[in-house]
Design a protein around this ligand. Structure first.
Ligand SMILES: [Zn+2]
Length: 157
């Protein structure tokens, strides 16, 4: 299997959907459609996507893939915008409930206590009403740091 090609297509699908949630066979169907003639067999992809090493490797492609506590799979784009204004808007957006991840907006409902962690400020105190999947937290933090840097530059000019 051309693993690099599978990763690249998963990255493309993650960007397209931004935050996808569903059953693995559905994701494999998207992937096989995306890869066309190059697509590996369904069974091979099923095995490959379930592997922890695959899920770890995907982070290098700014993609998070994991199976949530409700047994559904998530495919989340971890790509951080380069535009401080876009980042500012995203950071200002208030989640509709405390069971929603601030980065990918997926709602974990009754699974929230196991699936999400509070965002911590620089003093390691929880930020009110900010919860994140551990998989999404790094991108959120990068975005927050970018805006802080941008504010600092604006103040110094
Ligand atoms: Zn998330």
């Amino acid at each position: 299997m051309d693993e690099a090609k599978v990763y690249a297509h998963l990255q493309k699908i993650a960007v397209q959907f931004n935050a996808w949630r569903g059953r693995l066979p559905a994701l494999i169907e998207f992937l096989r459609f995306s890869m066309g003639a190059d697509a590996p067999e369904t069974a091979a992809l099923d095995h490959f996507l379930r592997k922890e090493s695959t899920q770890r490797e995907l982070v290098k492609f700014e993609v998070a893939l994991w199976r949530g506590p409700d047994k559904s799979y998530r495919l989340i784009s971890l790509a951080v915008t380069g535009d401080p204004e876009v980042a500012r808007r995203r950071l200002a957006h208030k989640p509709t409930s405390a069971t929603q991840c601030s980065w990918c907006h997926q709602d974990e409902k009754s699974f929230a206590p196991v699936a999400l962690r509070p965002e911590l400020n620089i003093f390691r105190n929880p930020v009110p009403c900010r919860f994140l999947h551990p998989q999404c937290a790094h991108s959120w933090e990068l975005m927050r740091r970018m805006v802080e840097r941008d504010d600092l530059t604006a103040r110094n000019n």
